[in-house]
Design a binder for this molecule. Sequence first.
Ligand code: PLP
Length: 436
Amino acid sequence: MKINVNEQGHLTIGGCDALELAQNYETPLVVYDVAQIRQQLRSYQEAFKQQQISAVVSYASKAFCAKAIYQVVQQEGAHVDVVSAGELATALAAGFDPQNISYHGNNKSLAELDFAIAQQVGVLVVDNFYELTLLQSLLHYKYPRQTIQVMLRITPGISAHTHEYDQTGQIDSKFGFDVNSGQAEKALQQVLQNPQLDLIGIHAHIGSQIMAVAGFELLVAKLCQLAHAWQQKYHFETKILNLGGGFGIRYTDSDEPLTAQQFVEAIVQTLRKEWVNSDSELPQVWIEPGRAIVGNAGVSLYTIGSKKTIPHVRTFLTVDGGMGDNIRPALYQAQYEAVLARAPLAAAEQTVTVAGRYCESGDVLISQQALPATQPGDILAVLATGAYGYSMASNYNRIGRPAVVFAEEGQGQIVVAREEIVDLMHLDQDYVKENE
Ligand SMILES: *Cc1c(COP(=O)(O)O)cnc(C)c1O
């Protein structure tokens, strides 16, 4: 993992001293290195440019959603994906251009579809027949003069995860129209018959934390075959192939992710090969990285508290956060690495289990972590927590969610305030029993 230190040997994030950030903003604290977010967005954009193909990089904002990230993504000229009215409203409040927003989800409500149409969201990614029905009646009755751009989310029958892919498994998915059983084609017919629906592309998403190109190559081939079949049978020419996200990142030193360039090269080469006999124009390629944009840019700072050594078993080192701000280790045994912020490069003297403060035995952030000697009050930095950490945070145990800081060129700025105790009671109402 890439560790930056300053003259005092302290960990720095976005040019800011991690100890100073912890002191100024308290812990637990999520800090993003903004330059790294920009760098990741640009690496995908530039990889497509190098391949001389028209492409759109759309940040999947469920990985980390806050006004500030939408603003950074917009500054970099990328699009965003949203999956709820809440994410959409946040993007709009941030000033994000609605034309560059794609709206996903397998159970969008009527109210959400209405909101998306009213706000002139760029693309609705239609997932199922129920949604199609809602959309068609909404357009017919409430927006009779409006045409909206849609993509069809299909289930390609390929799923990919880390190094493996599976060519049949993903049929069993709650997302999208299944291709093999003919549902996708039926959806296509329905969309083509409605003049208010402008079908601009085909979408699929095959998994996450993918560490190999094979799944994407299969996906591109599958989508191209589908596009050709639909072109011949329905004269439908897709403008866009949207390949979803899932690009893997390094969480620990044992992870060896591919670069943006490697993924993009494989995707574009497969596309050109599959398209060679087609007389229609090469479609634009869209991708939707979430984790790959924000994962490595985020660091969680915690204050170390109690330490419990069970002889011959293990030493628990407890921090002031845990599963409430990062559920991933408890939820799916996600692996992380941590460093001591005052001496991230110092030699290890102990191996500890980093435990959280929440009332669950499963609230362990890192099962085995080598660290230098530690004192209560030391700041522990858990690395690569930028994706699906804060965005999955909860108020379990009535503990507020951490503050989020964006750090860039040595300047730190709060972009999400710490959730205080008053905030936690904001929605509570007294219960008053009638007739007493
Ligand atoms: C979750 C999701 C993504 C982003 O996935 P990452 O693994 O974070 O890159 C992209 N597209 C869709 C449709 C998704 O559901």
